[in-house]
Design a protein around this ligand. Structure first.
Ligand code: NAG
Ligand code: NAG
Ligand code: NAG
Ligand code: NAG
Length: 359
């Protein structure tokens, strides 16, 4: 009998030892994540969730699904059986606003609010968490042209991601409606101004459509300094500290203090460096999400359709300081944009053109 008891005790001890060692190695594999992430290859995409440890402490890293999907298909994933109700309020608001220009936008939108899984949903994909009295109010501004294929992929990742973060948010897709070269800076400024008709946002996040956050705890909120939410991508695990591109965040006040983004850059590139110069001139220190939590996946481009810059933006950048007060929100001027509500985003189409102050 006594020998038998000892036997059980030993067995119990062994089992406890086994689980302790197992847990130790599991913890180790979590702390080793950065190395593993940077080694993820394109052809491993389909492996997805399973190759990562179970989420702990809100730390949830998943690869986005890069399969092309339409925004309409994403609506079905997000709304499931509520889809008809949502589509009906969205079409009502589009009709109402078209018929009656003077309608007060915020009042009308509130009339069409829907309760949805702990959120109040407003047409156009403006979500307000109900449990929190004072959630961060975040506007995502997406300068956009010729990237229809990426929009579904973007929404499929971003809407559930932002819902999980329990923010109040809306997504503004700001499209340049002409064939002039792409002007990301001016579209950002238009997006900023137009978005404020919907809500007094605390936080403005300028977001390229081809970058998708990997980590759930890369918080889409603003701080007392402008933010670079992106700290690395697959090909460039750690960005240079001078960079300020892809996904950047500003409180409303910070963006106003910087006079917004420059309007002078037509064509791809340069305006991000200018934005950085603006921030630094005010005396801001840019806050970058720590590695690896600021890891972003890059949606593959079907074709390269953005024309290259038409100017020598390096020369432009040298003059960046003297243009801060002259070029930005202060001289912004654009015709009335076309605004269309969708279930998951607000589409702002604007025909921007060169301003007299352009050089
Ligand atoms: C990715 O999306 C496609 C299309 O929606 C779907 O068929 C596929 O199962 C998804 N892949 C994963 C790994 O979830
Ligand atoms: C337009 O909206 C305003 C304010 O909501 C209202 O007073 C006015 O009667 C409306 N006009 C029409 C034609 O519906
Ligand atoms: C944009 O404005 C320019 C100049 O006013 C005009 O020539 C062009 O046709 C407009 N394009 C669109 C798409 O509205
Ligand atoms: C994300 O979660 C990890 C692990 O819990 C933590 O160490 C890290 O500080 C978090 N990062 C951010 C940006 O919140």
């Amino acid at each position: 009998m006594t020998w038998n008891r000892l036997h059980y005790l030993l067995l119990g001890g062994l089992i406890i030892l086994f689980f302790t060692v197992r847990m130790y190695f599991h913890e180790k594999s979590i702390t080793k994540l950065p190395g593993r992430i940077s080694m993820v290859k394109k052809n491993q995409r389909s492996l997805s969730v399973e190759c990562y440890p179970t989420p702990r402490n809100m730390l949830d890293a998943r690869e986005p699904n890069m399969t092309v999907i339409s925004p309409q298909e994403v609506e079905h994933i997000v709304f499931v059986s509520n889809i008809h109700k949502v589509k009906s309020v969205v079409s009502h608001i589009n009709n109402e606003l078209n018929m009656n220009e003077t309608t007060k936008l915020r009042e009308t939108l509130n009339k069409f609010a829907i309760d949805f899984n702990g959120f109040v949903y407003l047409p156009g994909g403006h979500w307000k968490p109900k449990k929190y009295d004072d959630p961060s109010r975040v506007a995502l501004i997406i300068p956009f042209r010729n990237r229809e294929q990426m929009l579904g992929i973007f929404l499929r990742r971003m809407v559930p991601f932002l819902l999980r973060q329990r923010l109040q948010f809306a997504i503004f897709v700001v499209e340049q409606a002409n064939n002039l070269k792409f002007n990301r800076g001016m579209l950002a400024n238009v997006g900023f101004k137009e978005s404020l008709r919907f809500e007094d946002w605390d936080c403005i996040i300028l977001h390229d459509i081809d970058f998708l956050p990997r980590y759930n705890n890369n918080s889409y909120t603003c701080k007392n300094m402008p933010r670079h939410l992106m700290s690395g991508i697959e090909k460039r695990p750690k960005l240079y500290f001078q960079e300020f591109n892809g996904v950047t965040g500003f409180s409303r006040q910070q963006f106003v203090m910087m006079n917004g983004a420059p309007n002078r850059y037509w064509g791809w590139g340069g305006e991000d460096h200018d934005l950085r110069t603006r921030a630094e001139e005010i005396g801001f220190n840019i806050f970058r999400t720590e590695w690896p939590y600021g890891y972003y996946d890059h949606t593959p481009h079907q074709r390269r359709s953005y024309p290259e810059v038409e100017h020598k933006w390096k020369e432009f950048n040298q003059k960046a300081k003297q243009y801060i007060s002259k070029d930005g929100l202060s001289n912004l001027n654009y015709p009335k944009p076309e605004i269309k509500f969708h279930s998951l985003y607000i589409h702002i189409k604007v025909n921007i053109s060169k301003l007299p102050e352009d050089i």
